[in-house]
Ligand binder design. Structure first.
Ligand SMILES: [Zn+2]
Ligand SMILES: [Zn+2]
Length: 423
């Protein structure tokens, strides 16, 4: 049973509720371009994960098979007092490993390159929680190996890891203040807001997943202060709505420095040094600009309201597509969803370009739509009647309607430009 997949409808429903409260209060915690980018990163992580997430399982399975200290049969984890104690100890142990994984994800450059994605949003709302990295599978699993070496069953650890991740969803909100005694033990929205800050006072604090006790124990705890409002985001802004670039940006910085460094030990060492460390010769030739948070401006390229409406509507289609892909994946496995995933990835890229207001974005979007039309019509013809045929027909109608909308948008802007020219 995939707990995270089960939780997705609740995530989406909670986001709608938060959006509604945000709108009623006129709080300004949501921007469509930012939320689309965050959820796109989540979609990318989920769908790319169909092709990458077997890697941790190989490492974990290997250690469990060959190096486990204790044989813990799955039957031990039942509803008895001992079973519950074992479940709780697995969940706490997972969170302990998560703390160290998360802490090193901030402190070591190559791990930060993967984790930075989660911090790039300059807003803070439930959509930020879905902003997950697509390259976490590379190193993240290593930090949990001790639990497999102890001998916790794979199913138990997979379940507690899902519970850990699901727990972390609700702390990404500005609508919940402080929660009294809960703040002493648990990770709460207030503690996690601090974690997403780029303020000097808050940066690199509060790493726990479910519990804040690890931060209190290991000296990384910082409470949220009313005197210093949180500035969300990262010190080197992403300044893009491209979800692929979001995943590559920090690797690109590191690659640049590694290429420019003169000494080999720096070229290699840079990946494993403390985040922010740069070889002296590179720093001298390509100095980094200093961050001045008083001058901080959110990345928010202006695009016509019509384009924003178009991308929001298309994004609703993307959400439906992801849910459909997840269903097919659950039934038929990864190879069956490769082509739909490719179509989805191009779609997310295109919506990012549109929200950035790029000159060629509409052309790119039109080509995307035209490229999938023949595929949909072929599927329609091959379906040979019935429900499937009408589904492909609806999909083809979607492409047609989208193209018309796109032409309409472009004509409206074109007319505006002509009028401006006359005046
Ligand atoms: Zn973090
Ligand atoms: Zn977070």
């Amino acid at each position: 049973m995939d707990l995270i997949a089960l939780a997705v409808p609740f995530f989406l429903a909670a986001i709608l509720v938060e959006l509604f409260v945000n709108w009623r209060k006129n709080a300004g915690y949501y921007r469509s371009n930012d939320a689309i980018n965050s959820i796109s990163a989540g979609m990318l992580d989920t769908t790319l994960g169909y092709f990458t997430k077997f890697l941790p399982l190989i490492g974990w399975g290997f250690v469990l098979q060959n190096f486990r200290l204790i044989d813990m049969p799955l039957e031990w984890f039942d509803a008895s007092a001992r079973g519950i104690a074992l479940w709780v100890s697995a969940a706490v142990a997972w969170d302990f490993c998560y703390y160290w994984f998360h802490r090193y994800s901030h402190e070591i450059s190559v791990l930060w390159a993967a984790h930075a994605v989660h911090h790039q949003s300059e807003e803070y709302n439930l959509s930020t929680a879905l902003r997950q990295t697509s390259t976490g599978f590379l190193f993240g699993w290593i930090f949990y190996l001790p639990l497999f070496a102890i001998g916790f069953p794979l199913q138990v650890l997979i379940t507690v890891s899902a519970i850990n991740l699901i727990y972390q969803f609700w702390v990404h909100t500005r609508l919940i203040g402080r929660l009294g005694p809960l703040e002493a033990v648990m990770m709460t929205p207030s503690h996690h807001r601090v974690h997403h800050a780029q303020n000097e006072r808050y940066i690199d604090r509060n790493y726990g997943g479910m519990f804040i006790v690890w931060d209190r124990l290991f000296g990384t705890y910082e409470p949220e202060s009313d005197d210093e409002p949180v500035v969300y985001g990262v010190r080197r802004p992403l300044a893009s709505w491209n979800p692929f670039w979001a995943n590559l940006q920090v690797y690109d910085y590191l690659m640049f420095d590694a290429r420019k460094a003169r000494r080999w030990r720096d070229k290699i060492g840079i990946w494993f040094r403390r985040t922010g460390w740069r070889p002296a010769d590179v720093e001298a030739r390509f100095p980094k600009r200093n961050v001045d948070l008083t001058q901080f401006e959110k990345f928010d390229p202006r695009v016509p309201a019509g384009v924003r409406r178009y991308t929001a509507a298309q994004f609703a289609v993307a959400i439906a597509a992801v849910l459909w892909i997840a269903g097919v994946h659950a039934e038929q496995g990864a190879p069956a969803v490769l082509v739909p995933c490719l179509a989805l990835w191009v779609m997310l890229l295109s919506l990012g370009f549109l929200n950035e207001g790029r000159a060629r974005a509409r052309l790119f979007e039109a080509v995307r739509l035209l490229a999938i039309l023949p595929a949909l019509l072929t599927l329609f013809a091959a379906a040979g009647g019935g429900l499937t045929q009408s589904a492909w027909l609806v999909a083809a109608a979607y492409v047609g309607a989208s193209l018309l909308w796109l032409v309409f948008l472009s004509r409206k802007d074109f007319n505006k430009q002509i009028l401006k020219g006359i005046n």
